[in-house]
Design a protein around this ligand. Structure first.
Ligand code: PLP
Length: 438
């Protein structure tokens, strides 16, 4: 039964694959966060997934709280998305010429996301943030950017300074290969500390092109903005002629149809998007005010391009997801909120039952269980978590049939396919897992 403890997963095929993979792929993975480096053990090789469930190559089935690191708002293999991709493939996988579906996707993004008047499609979140920063620099004629310690904006050189996510969980927040020249243009601020940002903006008057921020931090675990933080950033940008960029690659369409900017009522100048916008295909996007976006080539002087940008398969998948959001948002987001509430409430009960007072956060369809008794509001407080206890919890949860992110410094995500049954199973698994490790 669900409350019975499942131990000793058979991971023999995953282990065999992992062994082989390491000979030809660095670390056996095509993205470091997938390796179980910070929790130990063998990364699961996945066979297939459907709805809220994922099945590994050994036939173990898990409730999935990674959702491909964010894209799967409607669960895996959603019929609308699968159909859209199949139909698109029949008409060729790429043209390198404009298509009608790109207009429809752009219109949906502009309708849903408050700050976006024009949008450019790219192939990943990394490309979106790199491009947005270049445009902000071109537009302002300034070089420096302000980023927050523990925020992750993909692997663009000037963002790999005190970066969250993989770099953080692997213990190397600054990457070799990033030149001093790049690093010197990145000013680091403390998350949730607007006074620090104000100091930086004042000491580098007329030098700062943009402030880029995860409006809800998701890459050092899920850390919501403190009341007033985003409003203060907006004010600082207005006072100093700085472009405010919300990196909503993770939060876009997840915490509200229009992302964190809709949820908190703070409108940035530019927004970067990814993950959900591509329905699981490789897509990113950046957009914002017309005046800024018209700095992008071919209308403007700032160059940015892509052989596969606006790819028809990706656009069809994205269109399926975004049009569903547009038409069903009044049902979708309250449903996600109810799940989020119930999950937190159940987690509190599980913790209370064991006399634990770990800190939890949640915003819409994302959240974190921090293995710390203190409030977590920035990188320093996140780092105070007991990462070894998290590693034990992670493995215990796997054995209980729940697939969490293999790092304390990643959020959990869920989607509309997570229902009553998944909630009950998750909380029972959590009860067992927490009991087993304490
Ligand atoms: N920005 C944020 C907030 C992210 O969470 C991520 C990825 O996790 C990125 C940017 C980079 O996106 P991608 O991995 O698609 O390059």
């Amino acid at each position: 039964t669900d409350t019975q403890t499942r131990t000793e997963l058979d991971l023999s095929t995953s282990k065999r694959h992992y062994e082989a993979a390491q000979h030809r792929i660095p670390g056996g993975v095509n993205s470091p966060a997938r390796a179980f480096k910070s929790v130990g053990g063998t990364p699961l090789f996945i066979d297939r997934a459907e709805g809220a469930y994922m099945t590994d190559v050994d036939g173990n089935r898990y409730i999935d709280y990674i959702g491909s690191w964010g894209p799967m708002l409607f669960g895996h293999a959603h019929p609308d998305v699968v159909r859209a991709v199949k139909e698109a493939a029949d008409a060729s996988t790429s043209f390198g010429a404009p298509t009608e579906i790109e207009i429809e996707v752009a219109e949906l993004v502009c309708d849903l996301v408050p700050s976006v008047e024009k949008v450019r499609m790219v192939n990943s979140g990394t490309e979106a943030t790199m491009s947005a920063a270049r445009v902000a620099r071109g537009y302002t004629g300034r070089d420096k950017i302000i980023k927050f310690a523990g925020n992750y904006h993909g692997h663009g050189d000037f963002f790999l300074i005190a970066a969250g996510s993989g770099p953080l969980s692997l213990g190397e927040p600054n990457s070799p290969g990033v030149t001093e020249g790049n690093a010197k243009d990145t000013l680091l601020a403390r998350y949730n500390d607007a006074a620090h940002v104000r100091e930086l903006a004042e000491s580098y008057e007329d030098e700062v092109a943009c402030i880029i921020v995860e409006p809800i931090a998701g890459n050092m675990g899920c850390i919501p903005p403190e009341p007033g933080f985003l409003e203060e950033l907006r004010a600082i940008c207005d006072e100093h002629g700085i472009v405010l960029i919300f990196d909503e690659v993770m939060t876009g369409f997840r915490v509200a149809p229009g992302g964190a900017q809709e949820r908190y009522g703070v409108t940035p100048d530019m927004t970067t998007l990814g993950k959900i916008i591509g329905g699981g295909l490789p897509v990113g996007a950046y957009g914002g005010k017309k005046a800024i976006m018209d700095y992008v080539s071919p209308v403007g002087p700032v160059y940015q391009a892509g052989t596969l940008s606006g790819n028809p398969l990706a656009m069809r998948a994205g269109h399926a997801v975004l049009s569903k959001i547009a038409t069903e948002k009044d049902d979708i987001y309250p449903q996600l909120e109810r799940y989020s509430e119930a999950l937190e409430e159940g987690t509190r009960q599980n913790l209370d039952a064991l006399g634990l007072s770990y800190y939890t956060t949640r915003v819409g369809a994302m959240g974190s269980l921090f293995f710390s008794d203190e409030r977590v509001t920035d990188l320093e407080t996140a780092k105070a978590c007991d990462t070894e206890a998290y590693a034990d919890y992670f493995h215990a949860m796997l054995e209980e049939g729940v697939y969490l992110a293999p790092s304390q410094f990643e959020a959990y995500f869920f989607g509309t396919q997570h229902g009553e049954a998944e909630l009950d199973k998750t909380l029972a698994a959590q009860r067992n897992a927490l009991k087993r490790i304490h």
